[in-house]
Design a protein around this ligand. Structure first.
Ligand code: G6P
Length: 611
C-alpha cells in the first residue's frame, strides 16, 4: 500500500524513480511525487497517477543522480497535490516519503503546533517531517541522528526514505511494519517497497526488518537498529525476472495473469505432486507434520481473496485430513479473545506476504504459543519470514489488483497440504489419494481448455454489462468460489454483487430476485447437485436470469439456466480450481465493457499494509 522508490548513483534518478513508480503503481495510485537533488532539491507532487508526474517531470526538466519517489494510497488526508508525498519541513531542506500510518500524529501535531509549526496538509507524514526538522534544528545532532530520534517518538507503522538538500550523498531509510528493501548495484543503490522497481537493475537485495534504519551512499550502506546497534545484513538474490512484471502483449495484467494459470498451477505443483509415486512432497513443511496432525484446530487467517482460498482450505482439510479448521478474517481475529494457544496451529495465507492485519494475526498467534505456518506468494516477504514453516505458491509476481492466479495457486497448495496430511494421518485411502493425484495433475490442462474458448463468457458479459446487481450462488467447495466471483466483479467493475451459499439464499437474498437479476450459479459439485437443482428452481420461479457455470455432468442445472458456461469435470473437492476461472473472465470482460481501469480499480490497492 503506497509505493516507495529511491535511487543514489550515477544515472538519472528521475527516470529510474518514474519507471519504478510505474511498476509500483499497483500498490496505490491516488497521487504521486518525487524529490530529486542536483545542487538544488526539486520536489514535484501531483494528484492522480504516475503519468501525471511524468508529464510534470518532463516539463520541468528535472534531473539528478539522487532522489526518492512515492505513489500514494490515501489514509490520512484526501488525495490532492498538497497531501501527496514527499513531505518537507518548514525550511524545505529535506524531503520524506512514507508508507504506513503514524498513529500518534495528532498528539505530535498539536505539540509541534505549539512550538510554531504550520502544516500545509492533513497527512500524518507531514507531521513526521516537522518532527524530524524540530529535532534537527533545536538540538545539536546531525541529520541522521535527528531521523533516528524522531522515529523513537512515533507510534504506528512506517517505511520511509529521506533525502537532504545539503547532504546529497545519502538516502536515509527506516522500517517498522511496512516493507522496504535496498537493491545493491555497482556504485549505485536502490530503495523500494517491493522488488519490482529494482529487478531491472540488480538482483541483489537486502531486506530491512522492523526497527532498522540504513544510511545509503554511493559507496555502500550501513544498517543499524533504531537503538543504534550496527548490523550486518544478509544479501538475498531475487528470483523474479523482468518479463514476469510486464504485460507481455496482453491489454491488462489481470488478463495476462488469468491466462498464466495453467502454468502457475503447474509451477506450484512442480516437484511437489509426485504422480508416479502417488505422493505429495512439501519441503517447506518437513518436520512440522506431527504438530499439524495433532493440532487441536487449525486457524486459517487471511484477508480478501486469500480468505476465500482459506475457506476452500477448510473444506479440504476436514474432508481429506480430518483436521478441524476455523477460517478467520485476520482483521477480526487480531482484536478478539480467540483463546488460541500452543495446541493450535495458525495457517496464514497471503499473496503479498505484507498484509498488515494478516501479519498482526500471525504475531498474536505466535505470542500465544501456536505454531504458525504460511502460504505466501512473494518470496522473502515479511509474513514468509516470520512464519515457522510454510509453502510458497510460486505463481510469479501478481500485478493486477484483483487477485486471480494467486487464488488458484493458494487453493492448489491447500489441496496438496490436505492430501499430504491425510496420508500422514492415515485417514486418506490409497484409492482416493491416487484419484486426487491424477485429478490435480490434470488441472493445468483443464484450465487451458476453459481459456481456449472464451466466446460464451464474453457474450454473457456483453449482455449483463450494465446490470446494477449480481448474485453468485455456490454450495460446498464452490460456496467460496461464489464469494470470490462476486468480489472480482465488485472490485473491477463496481457492480454490486453478493456471493451466497445457495441454500442460504432463501433467508434473505431471494427477496432481491426479479426478472432483472443475473444469478450466477456454480454447479460443479456432484454431491450437492440435487440440492443445487432445487435452489436453481427457486431462482427460476422468481424469473431470475440464471447463468450456470456447469460441469459437463451437471446438465440438469444447464437445462434450467438461460446461459450455461461449461467447465470440464473434475473431482468435487478440486472443482474450485476450474470453476473460478470463468468468473474471473466474466468480471474482466464486464469491467472492460464498462471502460473501468481493470488493473487499477478505484480506491483499491494490491497490498494493504495498513490496518
Ligand atoms: C487486497 C488486494 C486483494 C487481496 C487482499 C489480501 O485487498 O486487493 O486482492 O486478496 O488484499 O492480500 P494478500 O496479499 O494478503 O493476499
Amino acid at each position: 500500500m503506497c509505493g516507495i522508490v529511491g535511487y543514489i548513483g550515477h544515472r538519472d534518478a528521475a527516470e529510474i524513480i518514474l519507471k519504478g513508480l510505474q511498476r509500483l503503481e499497483y500498490r496505490g495510485y491516488d497521487s504521486a511525487g518525487m524529490a530529486v537533488i542536483n545542487g538544488q532539491m526539486d520536489v514535484l507532487k501531483v494528484k492522480g497517477k504516475v503519468k501525471e508526474l511524468l508529464k510534470m517531470t518532463r516539463k520541468k526538466k528535472v534531473h539528478g543522480s539522487l532522489g526518492i519517489g512515492h505513489t500514494r494510497w490515501a489514509t490520512h488526508g484526501e488525495p490532492n497535490d498538497v497531501n501527496a508525498h514527499p513531505h518537507m519541513g518548514a525550511y524545505r531542506k529535506f524531503a520524506l516519503v512514507h508508507n504506513g500510518i503514524i498513529e500518534n500524529y495528532d498528539v505530535l501535531r498539536q505539540d509541534l503546533g505549539q512550538k510554531g509549526h504550520h502544516f500545509a496538509g492533513d497527512t500524518d507524514t507531514e507531521v513526521l517531517a516537522h518532527l524530524i526538522e524540530e529535532i534537527h534544528e533545536m538540538s545539536d545532532v546531525d541529520f541522521t541522528e535527528a531521523v533516528r530520534l524522531a522515529l523513537t517518538q512515533v507510534e504506528g507503522t512506517y517505511g520511509i526514505a529521506i533525502v537532504h538538500k545539503y547532504h546529497p550523498d545519502r538516502i536515509i531509510v527506516a522500517r517498522k511494519g511496512s516493507p522496504l528493501l535496498i537493491g545493491i548495484g555497482d556504485g549505485e543503490y536502490f530503495v523500494a517497497s517491493d522488488a519490482s522497481p529494482v529487478i531491472e537493475f540488480t538482483k541483489k537485495v537486502v531486506y530491512l526488518e522492523d526497527d532498522e534504519m540504513a544510511v545509503i551512499s554511493r559507496e555502500g550502506y550501513e544498517v543499524s537498529t533504531l537503538k543504534n546497534v550496527p548490523l550486518t545484513k544478509e544479501v538475498h538474490e531475487l528470483a523474479m525476472n523482468l518479463e514476469q512484471i510486464e504485460k507481455g502483449g496482453f491489454p491488462h495484467f489481470m488478463l495476462k495473469e488469468i491466462f498464466e494459470q495453467p502454468d502457475t498451477i503447474a509451477d506450484c505443483m512442480r516437484g511437489r505432486l509426485i504422480v508416479d509415486e502417488n505422493r505429495i512432497q512439501l519441503g517447506g513443511l518437513t518436520g512440522v507434520e506431527k504438530r499439524l496432525a495433532s493440532a487441536r484446530r487449525v486457524i486459517i487467517a487471511a484477508c480478501g481473496t486469500s480468505w476465500h482460498a482459506g475457506l476452500v482450505g477448510e473444506y479440504l482439510f476436514e474432508y481429506l485430513a480430518h483436521i478441524p479448521v476455523e477460517v478467520e478474517y485476520a482483521s477480526e481475529f487480531r482484536y478478539r479473545e480467540t483463546l488460541i494457544n500452543e495446541q493450535d496451529v495458525m495457517l496464514v495465507i497471503s499473496q503479498s506476504g505484507e498484509t498488515a492485519d494478516t501479519l498482526a494475526a500471525l504475531r498474536q498467534a505466535r505470542k500465544r504459543g501456536a505454531m504458525v505456518l504460511g502460504i505466501c506468494n512473494v518470496v522473502g516477504s515479511t509474513i514468509a519470514r516470520e512464519t515457522d514453516a510454510g509453502v510458497y505458491t510460486h505463481a510469479g509476481p501478481e500485478i493486477g489488483v484483483a487477485s486471480t492466479k494467486a487464488f488458484t495457486a493458494q487453493v492448489t497448495v491447500l489441496a496438496m497440504m490436505a492430501m499430504m496430511m491425510g496420508r500422514y494421518k492415515k485417514v486418506l485411502s490409497d484409492e482416493l489419494m491416487a484419484e486426487l493425484v491424477r485429478e490435480l495433475n490434470r488441472v493445468p490442462s483443464l484450465v487451458k481448455m476453459i481459456l481456449r474458448d472464451t466466446k460464451k463468457i464474453e457474450e454473457v458479459a456483453r449482455l449483463f454489462t450494465y446490470a446494477p446487481n449480481f448474485l453468485y450462488l455456490g454450495r460446498s467447495y464452490n460456496f467460496p468460489v461464489a464469494l470470490e466471483g462476486a468480489l472480482k466483479l465488485k472490485e473491477i467493475s463496481y457492480i454490486h454483487a453478493e456471493g451466497y451459499p445457495a441454500a442460504e439464499m432463501k433467508h434473505g437474498p431471494i427477496a432481491l430476485i426479479d426478472e432483472h437479476m443475473p444469478v450466477v450459479v456454480i454447479a460443479a459439485t456432484d454431491h450437492t447437485n440435487d440440492k443445487m437443482i432445487s435452489n436453481v428452481e427457486e431462482v427460476k420461479a422468481r424469473k431470475g436470469r440464471i447463468i450456470a457455470i456447469s460441469s459437463n455432468g451437471q446438465s440438469e442445472v444447464g437445462k434450467l439456466a438461460e446461459f450455461t458456461i461449461t467447465i470440464p469435470e473434475i473431482h468435487d473437492c478440486l472443482s474450485p480450481l476450474v470453476a473460478v476461472v470463468p468468473l474471473q473472465l466474466l468480471s474482466y470482460y464486464i469491467a472492460v465493457n464498462r471502460k473501468c481501469d481493470v488493473d487499477q480499480p478505484r480506491n483499491l490497492a494490491k497490498s494493504v499494509t495498513v490496518e
